[in-house]
Design a protein around this ligand. Structure first.
Ligand SMILES: Cc1ncc(COP(=O)(O)O)c(C=O)c1O
Length: 252
């Protein structure tokens, strides 16, 4: 009997790279944090889908119907993948950066300040600082987060006029540089206690452990999350933003 076929195979393992002495050696990708090589099974799936590809929500031919069905089903899959409530939209973007830019543009329409930590990737810093008033939280010397210190910031702002209060905390699920994982659920509970929301950039966390947005009535729930397919062995070009329908429907 032949051995079972592995569910995921990494074709990039057969890629050879030319070294300075002219020899070809096996390429080992150590930069999965930046982007991952798609698994062979995923490439095959995409290839199969291309055979039945048709325009989404814009046609009544068989290919359109098949592609629209898969496209819509992917939203439910993503919702379940991150334990999202049905009250959230699943919004596709090109990558995490585009997802965060979209969210930051909308958040800038609301009064209040954004609390950003100093261990954010530029993609979870620039979109906010270029559009909104930001308060920066300085992590400890070892790069870790003190929830008590974040609470001090909330306390310092809570009795100020609405425009000066913290409306949103945006925080990475895992640092790109050190791998440190801030206690995002504790920070969520804290933000909610002070009437704020939380945005978790989970694009360096989600490929390592389960991200669970949790039920809306759970004090630790994550209001917004964003992540990218290309950091979790999917082809480049897909990012996702999840957040409350109520937020997107009422913002103007
Ligand atoms: C923590 C973090 N957030 C956001 C990004 C941006 O992701 P993308 O390139 O998918 O937009 C990165 C990319 O390395 C990252 O490490």
């Amino acid at each position: 009997m032949s051995p079972p076929k592995p569910l995921f195979t990494d074709e990039s393992l057969s890629f050879k790279v030319k070294t300075l002495n002219g020899k070809y050696v096996k390429y080992i990708n150590l930069d999965n944090g930046a982007t991952t090589t798609p698994f062979a099974s995923l490439k095959q799936y995409v290839d199969e889908m291309l055979d039945t590809y048709g325009s989404v929500h814009r046609g009544s031919g068989q290919k359109s119907i098949i592609t629209t069905r898969e496209y819509d089903a992917s939203r439910n899959f993503i919702r379940e993948f991150v334990g999202s409530s049905l009250n959230n939209y699943v919004i596709f973007a090109k990558n995490t950066t585009e997802a965060i830019n979209g969210a930051a543009t909308l958040w800038a329409k609301k009064p209040g300040k954004i609390l950003v930590s100093d261990i954010e990737h530029s993609s979870n810093l620039l979109p906010w600082v270029t559009r909104d008033e930001v308060v920066q939280y300085r992590t400890q010397t070892d790069g870790s987060v003190s929830v008590a210190e974040i609470e001090d910031i909330f306390k310092a702002h809570q009795n100020l006029p609405k425009a000066e209060q913290i409306k949103l905390v945006t925080i990475t699920g895992a640092s790109t540089i050190t791998g440190y994982k801030p206690p995002i659920y504790e920070i969520a509970a804290l933000a909610h206690r002070y009437g704020a929301k939380i945005f978790a950039d989970v694009c360096q966390l989600i490929q390592h452990e389960r991200v669970d947005m949790r039920a809306d009535d759970d004090p630790c729930h994550l209001d917004f999350v964003a992540f990218s397919g290309h950091k979790m062995y999917a082809p480049y070009g897909t990012g996702v933003l999840l957040g409350p329908k109520e937020f997107f429907d009422t913002i103007h």
